[in-house]
Design a binder for this molecule. Sequence first.
Ligand code: B3K
Ligand code: ZN
Length: 884
Amino acid sequence: MKENNAPKTIRLADYKAPNYLIDTVHLDVRIYDEYTDVVAHLTVRANPQVPNASAQPLELVGADLELLAIEIDGEAVSSERYQIDEETLTISNVPAQFSLLTMTRINPKTNTSLEGLYVSKGMYCTQCEAEGFRKITYYLDRPDVMAKFTTRVEADKQAYPVLLSNGNPEERGDLDNGRHYVIWEDPFKKPCYLFALVAGDLSVVEDSFVTTSSREVKLQLYVEPHDLDKCDHAMDSLKRSMAWDEEVYGREYDLDIYMVVAVSHFNMGAMENKGLNIFNTSCVLANAKTTTDMGFQRVESVIAHEYFHNWSGNRVTCRDWFQLSLKEGFTVFRDQQFSADMGSATVNRIDDVNLLKTVQFAEDSGPMSHPIRPDSYIEINNFYTTTVYEKGAEVVRMIHRLLGKDGFRKGSDLYFERHDGQAVTCDDFVKAMEDANGVDLSLFRRWYSQAGTPQLTVTADYRADQQQFSLTFEQITLPTPGQPEKLPLHIPVAIGLLGPDGQDLPLQLVDGATVDPANPILELKAAKETFVFTGIKEKPVASVLRGFSAPVKLCFEQTRDELAFLMSNDNDGFNRWNAAQRLTVAVLCDLMQAYEAQQPLSVDPQLMAAFRSLLTDESLDQAMVAKMLELPTEQFLAELLPKPVQVDAIHHAREGLKKSLAEGLRSELEQVMDRCPLDAEYRYEVDVVARRSLRNTCLGYLMSIADDRATEHCVQQYHQATNMTDQLAAFRSLVHSDRQEKQRIIADFYDQWQAEALVVDQWFMVQASSPQRDTLEQVNGLMKHPAFEMTNPNKIRALIGAFCNNNPVNFHRLDGAGYGFLADQIITLNKLNPQVASRMATIMTRWANYDKVRADLIKAQLKRIKTEKLSPDVYEVVTKALNQ
Ligand code: B3K
Ligand code: ZN
């Protein structure tokens, strides 16, 4: 039943082209201490594609605006002719073509939603995607309305010497009263979600890039003065992204200037505004002293991601927000390809798949499950999800796999050529891929409309007498909200069959077909299919779903011997790692059983032996060794294993395994630590990163013993480390242990780094994810720490987010205190920053995965939240969570 005042649901099926179009926008933004005035000159015309459009009133959207003036073609509009309500300005009897002037007043200083125009540490900045432009002026705030923007920004010159907007600076000058202005012109038509403006006192780092066609592009990074020493890596990553996009996709940058601005208060990672990217400081600043290798990696990939949007998102944009994955899925795929080319491709793939399996699979089996192209939403900001982004990227990756590298490039060339300057749909993307390659992807399109993770069950059968080996695949997708019936999907399964020597056998099917050795995939299209291979002289070991060629849950029973064999022989790096994971999970399941039965934990010697050979064989790729030694996280296991989630058994089995491995392999672990000494000088290069990661994995194991010797080593590393990767690894191991030394180290770390906001975030995060039993009490204390700020999303993610997401055993405390804590924070954030509040609320949507006691406690908190006056963001999540 629909409740009173329930926010309304928007549906893809109701999409209609706009009645009016806007060709040009002249914005004049005047920043004053108390308020900001925005004068907007729009040239508007009825949409020729819509019959009778000019007979309709013009409906502009606006939020939190005070309208000061309104004119059409230079004449004031009388008050009978227009109407204003909470969200719209409706003007009746407008001409078929006219110029509209509005003047509105806004208050960026009180805007804590970080959407629209707001202030972060004294700097004015904007965030307009998805629907923030309506908080700046009345507009047709939808992506299929594309206009040419000219923006004049005016402010006090001393307080705001830097005034930026999209495009090229055309004019600047001084005004009376110590004020000044700059006029920016963006020659490309764009939807308003790509609009940006910055006013502040910022320092700049400059460089340049010469494009394929010899145009010189000025590159600028704007940061606070004390961050000037953290810009090199982002600048370097930007230049590499520009070169890569020219080489791999034939895409050149189009303006003469590319600016990136770093801000401390930002709801997500970064934003691809045309020519003026705005970045969370955490995704742009990096240097050895303050940033871990993971941080460096993140900067590289986010810089690339936002840069790649210039083509996949800005030049070709989305028709409506249901098509979000058109730009996000494709751009994530592009940034993943880039990172794979820059570093270790296999390690990158493993990390991406882990995220998908941990977060996206969980989302897709819960009440927020949606297709990568959703059918409906209440609040679009709730749909910037791992499904739209990461599963969206997997869907593009499958197209790449099906068409091959060259076919995919032909398709992307056609897509960019056909749709440059347009706002299009996911279907247009698939159509370009089809047309360029002469293929039919009609069945494949189901990936766009069907939600849920398919389960793919594989059974193998070997007939020695016929020298035949068969693989039978059965796919099934469980119902998701609003989609009770599911259809089979087109699934590319990359495979190999390993002979006794560990080499791949030639793949010959009984029907005479061969599997392309250059692209060995089986294409599934039905609910159940069998493939029979001939000429197989001995029983092979199958390596299925190599490279994780499709986002499915694979159920394939293989023996521990087979897994160990794959672990050392598979020529597919991803599956070699995956075999190690599967073997580890099998052992963890033994230990969970033992834990539940209150029996002593004993580790399968096969795993011990496998890990020993990983540690001692120096010929192996060290990055891979580090990855294979990493135990699956508790969150990963919670998603993977049968429900209800055995929170405590998972935690204790994992801790127990870690400790047993450390005790059994102590000398090998110590030898690796000796073999990988601390670096005198930091370099961010694949082999050095691998060495650090291996060393710190070993340190983590040894610290699970936490005796005097291990602790002494750890404290020593903490003090001697010359970079944040090594210092933080030691810090984390100490803080997560029960050693007394940690109190001194926690204080010491803060003393050393209190001036570096991003390092303080790490300090919060490490403490909030400690498995020690008093962590919630510690977190409650830290909420009152002077460095904690409820209006800064980075701080919220570091403390509240880390506790609730990365600390299952404490968050899911049986007394429900963790849930009560989260609900309190959601209630506070709902008023301050609905987007961040609703992100936090998604954690509570998974109550059905837990035992009755915990599920009831979570539901009680959801109900408590529901009694508040909720933002649409939180309302949507909480209602869907309760109605599942
Ligand atoms: N496009 C932005 C995300 C905007 C999120 C709005 N709630 C960043 C990105 O994906 O590149
Ligand atoms: Zn993006």
